[in-house]
Design a protein. Sequence first.
Length: 164
Amino acid sequence: MTTGTVEFEDNSEQGNMHQYLSFILAGEEYAADILKVQEIRDWTSSTLIPNSPPYIEGVLNLRGDIIPIINLRTRFCLAPSEQLLNRIVIVLNIETNGRQRLMGLLVDAVADTYNVNMDNVKPAPPSSSVIDNEFIVGLTTLEKKLVILLDVDQLLSSDELAVA
């Protein structure tokens, strides 16, 4: 009987479920819509771009596409990572002004994938974070952890990144 109830609940929630890829940044867990993820790569050195903002690590050549790499620790004004090895680049397909482009996020580690019931996502409290609320879809509890869901299109389409 319990199994039947669980199956019924899972089926009833399918309409508002979205899958997210979570990653670790300064000990906190963030997540991005998995449909935006093109690939996950180990960090390799990038080519620096003169006069770029400090959170742009540089650019990488990804099979002929030049993609900017955004260091999210620096972007979110978090302390630099002590560990420079084993960092991960999440390559995202971002929509900016009606066109698609690839961009990379430099993060500490990839954590997990989650099916998120969007009915359980709560808005971020105003002015509670170093991240602008316009970049946050909301917060949700997954496996007893609070996870911040990011709007990567908004985050990587901001005016500050237009030079990238």
